[in-house]
Design a protein around this ligand. Structure first.
Ligand code: PBG
Length: 346
């Protein structure tokens, strides 16, 4: 149909409508009162949708503020457990742990030590909150002295296959410490299968895998790298994280991870990738989908709110509702505690 036909048809319709004005379709009728709006709302945000990230540090002496993430802290093991209790009391069902070890080395030994920082935090939380779902980030970048997500080969590239065995070891030690889900975030090919195999070999079949299946090489991770002190000391992560220009490739990544046994999959970051969230939701309707509302996204909202340029509560609720509408089942967000408070007193 040509454009002029479309215009012709459109004006014919509007003409007919204006002749019979009482039959005009009015979507606004459904928006007239708060009750109507509640009745026809397509998605709603609840505390069940939130996963709170917690940074536990082997060197923190108390709550250490993170400059670029106002309201977020690096905490001791006991401080982290206390925060988890507070989150659970607000109705939050899950936390994800990131560890900053006291010592880093070339082989990330702090990541799989029985008394590693995440392992200690998981045990401390489990004692105090038996029902809280505990995820642990399973990556090496916070534990290696070079800040890369895997072992380095002699050519100083990340050694994919050599790293897989180590990731299995990290996952097993996190699982033995009581985490419910390990969350590999290093974008190594085959990481989900290697971890699933290692967990099963150690009779840890009940422990699941949340795969950072679709993780882009993003500038939005800047504040996190300050928080976790895990920036690469040279180079970048573009040889393993995805190119922001690619969406079809995301389907391939998600497919591979589900085939290898991922229980949940993630898209990260969230805001610039809502089309990707939507595509994955459509392509894999059965897989629980997590969106990671990352540190840079949090920092932007905090900075603009601090200036009084936007209304923080309204903007955060709009962002998280938008992520659910795009197709996310769960959102990892640094706003989780504040959001839970807002939802509870609504
Ligand atoms: C890697 C990891 C990163 C984030 C979560 N896990 C950093 C990276 O890939 O460089 C970023 C999260 C955020 O920005 O909030 N362990």
């Amino acid at each position: 149909m040509s454009t002029s036909d479309e215009v012709g048809q459109f004006s014919e319709t509007t003409e007919r409508q204006s002749q019979r004005a009482n039959l005009v379709i009015r979507p606004r009728r459904l928006r007239r009162t708060p009750g109507m709006r509640d009745l026809v709302r397509e998605v709603s945000l609840t505390t069940d949708d939130l996963i709170l990230p917690l940074f536990v540090s082997g060197t923190a002496e108390g709550d250490e503020p993170i400059g670029s993430m106002p309201g977020v802290f690096r905490r001791t093991v006991s401080g982290t457990a206390e925060r988890a209790v507070a989150a659970a009391e607000l109705g939050i069902r899950a936390v994800i742990l990131f560890g900053i070890p006291a010592r880093k080395d070339a082989v990330a030994s702090g990541a799989y030590a029985e008394d590693g920082i995440v392992q200690e935090a998981a045990r401390a939380i489990r004692v105090r909150c038996p029902d809280l779902v505990i995820f642990a980030d399973t990556c090496l970048c916070e534990y290696t002295d070079h800040g890369h997500c895997g072992l380095l080969a002699p050519d100083m590239e990340v050694d994919n296959d050599g790293t897989l065995e180590l990731l299995g070891r990290v996952a097993v030690s996190q699982a033995e410490a009581g985490v419910d889900f390990v969350a590999p975030s290093g974008m190594m090919d085959g990481m989900v299968g290697a971890i699933r195999g290692a967990l099963d070999e150690h009779d840890l079949q009940h422990v699941g895998v949340l795969s950072y299946a679709v993780k882009y090489a993003s500038a939005f991770y800047g504040p996190f790298r300050e928080a976790a002190q895990g920036a690469p000391s040279f180079g970048d992560r573009r040889a393993h994280q995805m190119d922001p220009a690619n969406a079809r490739e995301a389907l391939r990544e998600a497919h591979l991870d589900l085939e290898q046994g991922a229980d949940l999959i993630m898209v990260k970051p969230a805001l610039a990738y809502q089309d990707v969230i939507h595509r994955i939701r459509e392509a894999f309707p059965a897989a629980p989908l997590v969106a990671y509302n990352v540190s840079g996204e949090y920092a932007m909202v905090k900075a603009a709110s601090a200036h009084g340029w936007i209304s923080e509560r309204a903007v955060v609720l709009e962002i998280l509702t938008g992520l659910k509408r795009a197709g996310a089942d769960l959102v990892i967000t640094y706003h989780a505690e504040e959001v839970a408070k807002w939802l509870n007193d609504r």
